[in-house]
Every structure is written in structure tokens, then in C-alpha cells.
Design a binder for this molecule. Structure first.
Ligand SMILES: C[S@@+](CC[C@H](N)C(=O)[O-])C[C@H]1O[C@@H](n2cnc3c(N)ncnc32)[C@H](O)[C@@H]1O
Length: 227
């Protein structure tokens, strides 16, 4: 471009993008009907309310007793992964955990690259239904999917926090999504990251979905795929 517009506007783009996405999220929230648990509005954020979302998904969708394929993107110390292992008892269920186990690959707000590192060995998961894939999703997910064959219902847990990781994983999983599969988000309420990835993914791939649960003022969200 002749006028080197970035020289003038670059310092303000972060602020403007954030504001734009906050406004988009506000409109999305107003328009989206939640067919299930929703704790809006809470005066205070409480991270522990993510378990309210999990419990709602279990009671509304029988995810505690059915054979499922549980995918988690962002395992870190394994808190949510172990929660789901403990709350789905079916012997035919499978649990797949993806993480660098060396922390975030990029800065995320106040969290610097490398934060949230937790060694895979420290997880101490002995349940034989679980398996882990160490490395960037961008390197581990496609080799996994090439050999993945299953008719079980999928419960996909997006907990990588960052935009790139969320958009990459969703777009690679696209071909494997079936009617009734569930996608949960752990940081949906962060406008420039999980929300932005979700919006781009659903709009670009023409994904139809139903919102089935929201907790902690939409920070945690669960949607069901409609096909
Ligand atoms: C918020 S933590 C996960 C928290 C975890 N689910 C829990 O319950 O404690 C986010 C994780 O995502 C991982 N992550 C983010 N982007 C990634 C990527 N592109 N590839 C692999 N791991 C990634 C980070 O290594 C980090 O461990």
C-alpha cells in the first residue's frame, strides 16, 4: 500500500481488535439460546464453576455412562482430564490428551510462552483407557487422526487457551465431527482467543450447533454439533 497506513494505525490495532471482538461476543451471547444449564449473570467469576459445566453435560447428555471418545487439547497438569476419566466409567471409552507438556507455545495475555509446563510423567495416569500425545497439536494431531477410526460419540475439550491452537484443532477435527458430538471450551469468554477461533471456525465451515451449557458468565461453554 502506498500510504504506509500501518505507520499510523499499528499502535492502536490491538486495542481496536479487542474492542471489536468484545462487541461481537456480546452480540453472540445475546443471540445464542442456551438449551440447558446457564448461570448468567454472576457478579463474580469463579474458575471452579467449570465443574458445573461438566456436570451439566453429564446429566443432560449421559456423558458419564455412554462409551465416548474424549479429546482434550491442553492437558497441562491433568486436572480436567482426570476429572473426566473419573466421571465416565464405561470400559469402552477412550481418552486422548494432547499437549506440548512444555507449556504454552506463544504468549497468552499475561502468560509468557512456556508457562503452564507440566511434565507428562508427573500426571501419573494409570487408567489404560487414556493415552497422551506430546508435542504441538500442529505436529501430533494429524498423524493421530490418520489412524483414528471410531463410531463412539466425541466429547472434545478445548483448553489450550490460545487462538492458533484452538482454530487449528477445530479445523482439523472438522471432517470427523458427527451429529451429537460435543465441544466444550474452557476460555470461551476471552474475545481474541477461543471465542475468535470458534467464530471463524463455525462461520467458515458452516457448522450448525446448539449451545447446551454455559457457566461462569460464558467463560465455559458447551455446544452440540448438528448435522
Ligand atoms: C490452560 S492449560 C490446560 C489446563 C488443563 N486442562 C487443566 O485442567 O489443568 C493450556 C495448555 O495448552 C497447551 N497448549 C497450548 N497450545 C498448544 C499447542 N499448539 N500444542 C500443544 N499444546 C498446547 C499448553 O502447553 C498448556 O499446557
Amino acid at each position: 500500500m502506498k500510504w504506509r497506513l500501518h505507520g499510523i494505525f499499528q499502535p492502536f490495532t490491538g486495542f481496536m481488535q479487542n474492542l471489536t471482538h468484545m462487541s461481537m461476543m456480546s452480540k453472540w451471547r445475546k443471540d445464542a439460546k442456551v438449551n440447558g444449564y446457564n448461570d448468567w449473570y454472576q457478579g463474580k467469576w469463579d474458575y471452579n464453576r467449570r465443574e458445573k459445566l461438566y456436570e451439566a453435560v453429564i446429566s443432560q447428555e449421559q456423558m458419564g455412562t455412554l462409551p465416548i471418545d474424549y479429546f482434550e487439547f491442553g492437558v497441562c497438569g491433568g486436572y480436567s482430564f482426570k476429572w473426566w476419566l473419573a466421571h465416565n466409567s464405561h470400559p469402552d471409552s477412550r481418552f486422548y490428551g494432547f499437549d506440548t507438556f512444555e507449556g504454552l507455545p506463544e504468549d497468552f495475555g499475561p502468560f509468557a510462552k512456556g508457562t503452564m509446563a507440566a511434565a507428562l510423567e508427573s500426571l501419573n495416569v494409570t487408567d489404560t483407557r487414556a493415552s497422551f500425545y506430546k508435542g504441538l497439536f500442529q505436529e501430533t494431531l494429524n498423524p493421530f487422526l490418520e489412524q483414528y477410526k471410531s463410531t463412539r460419540r466425541k466429547l472434545i475439550h478445548m483448553d489450550a487457551d490460545i487462538f492458533s491452537a484452538t482454530l487449528f484443532s477445530l479445523s482439523q477435527l472438522y471432517k470427523y465431527l458427527n451429529d451429537g458430538d460435543i465441544i466444550m471450551f474452557d476460555e470461551f469468554g476471552v474475545p481474541m482467543h477461543e471465542f475468535r477461533a470458534f467464530k471463524i471456525f463455525t462461520e467458515s465451515f458452516y457448522i450448525k450447533y446448539e449451545v447446551i451449557a454455559a457457566a461462569n458468565n460464558y467463560l465455559f461453554l458447551a455446544v452440540k454439533i448438528k448435522k
